[in-house]
Design a protein around this ligand. Structure first.
Ligand code: PLP
Length: 389
């Protein structure tokens, strides 16, 4: 194989060459601090504000509703901790789902330690939250609901508009972690009555270390960072101008290319799913059969779930990069996935998901190459499994 095949676009995406090109002059030529009053500073300010506008357009928000952060994780923390702090010790109940990213779940656990009450909604076997379960989970002091738009492990897309409407009817705020969904499926914070929404540049072919939180006009949050009062006092720190410029261009490209790109990825994804499920007898698809992100596949091999990490490493040796369904981090790669467990998988099967995520730069040729390699890898694992028994 001539070069690595990168099928791990949910972990991170390569920087689009047009994004890299746009960032380039901001690395050395334009170095100003956006808070400076002179021309060099004003240039940087203009670049940040253009990017704010570009990111806002991706979700049909106003530019002033976009708060730049250092990551998707920080956007999630800013929304949840920011609201908790603002409540100033008043009873605080928040509702989330059992399959959120750790950026949400660990933040919830932190707030529980600080006295918040958290309800974790269950999901069905395809990873869907039940709107009726949400409707019955509200309490008089429920301030916030946080449900991800699309799951990072299984790719399932939630009925966000409906969940947001139910939340609004109950007088709470609705936050969604759209880190995986943005740029892949259409998002509109007016059609879907969303109050807070998290984004991350490195999932949409932009740079790492740059995120954003959409905060609907009028919503107040206690800032996490205190200092010079940047971002209208909502996040002190000199702006990451290079990253923000790249994020803006990445958002622009994502908005313009989304429908064409998604259609192409859905085709490649479905070809890959059929190619695996139709030729490997014990293969099964994990997640929702059709409410799933374009390009997102999670697959298991019945009876071989314990070998998922070995399969991942065998594919790596063949120059193919995918990830396990276990977690977003290699620190937990051999553990059962809490997402799959919440979907009703037993602990062994919950270790067996393999996540294959296609992106902008993947080709049909790569899908064909993968389909040639995977039966051989699964077969070699079968030999290991039967020998071990
Ligand atoms: N939320 C989801 C759903 C994610 O998939 C990720 C990253 O994997 C994050 C949040 C964290 O984003 P970041 O890597 O920018 O901190």
């Amino acid at each position: 194989m001539s070069r690595d095949i990168y099928f791990d676009n949910s972990a991170t995406t390569p920087i689009d060459p047009a994004v890299a090109q746009a960032m380039d002059p901001w690395i050395d030529e334009y170095f100003g601090n956006p808070s400076s009053m002179h021309r060099i500073g004003r240039q940087a300010r203009e670049a940040v504000e253009l990017a704010r506008h570009q990111v806002a357009q991706l979700i049909n928000a106003k530019a002033e509703e976009i708060l730049f952060t250092g990551s998707g994780t920080e956007a999630d923390n800013t929304a949840i901790v920011g609201l908790f702090e603002l409540a100033g010790g008043q009873p605080f109940h928040l509702i989330t789902s059992a399959i959120e990213h750790p950026a949400i779940l660990e933040t919830c656990r932190y707030l529980e330690r600080r006295g918040a009450e958290v309800t974790y909604l269950s999901v069905d076997s395809s990873g869907m939250v039940d709107p009726e379960e949400l409707a019955s989970a509200f309490e008089p002091h429920t301030r916030l609901v946080s449900i991800m738009t699309a799951n990072n492990v299984v790719g399932t897309i939630q009925p966000i508009a409906e969940l947001a409407r139910i939340t609004r009817d109950h007088g709470a705020l609705f936050h969604t972690d759209a880190v995986q969904a943005a740029g892949r499926i259409p998002l509109d914070v007016h059609v879907q009555p969303i109050d807070l929404l998290s984004l991350s540049a490195h999932k949409i072919y932009g740079p790492k270390g740059c995120g954003a939180l959409y905060v609907r006009q009028g919503i107040k949050l206690e800032p996490l960072l205190h200092g010079g009062g940047q971002e209208l006092g909502r996040r002190s720190a000199t702006e990451n101008v290079i990253g923000i410029v790249g994020f803006g261009v990445a958002a622009d490209i994502a908005r313009v290319e989304m429908s064409r790109e998604s259609a192409r990825l859905v085709q490649l994804r479905d070809r890959l799913i059929r190619g695996i499920v139709d030729t490997i007898p014990n293969a099964y698809l994990i997640g929702h059969p059709f409410r799933r992100l374009p390009g997102h596949i999670c697959i298991g091999f019945a009876g071989q779930e314990g070998e998922a990490i070995k399969m991942l490493l065998a594919l790596d040796q063949e120059g193919i990069a995918i990830s396990s369904g276990s977690a977003c981090s290699s620190n937990h790669a051999t553990e059962a996935s809490y997402v799959l467990k919440a979907m009703g998988f037993d602990p062994l099967r919950a270790r067996g998901g393999l996540r294959i995520t296609l992106g902008r730069f993947n080709t049909e040729k790569e899908v064909n190459e993968f389909l040639e390699v995977i039966p051989r890898v699964v077969d070699s694992m079968r030999t290991i499994t039967s020998r071990a028994v």
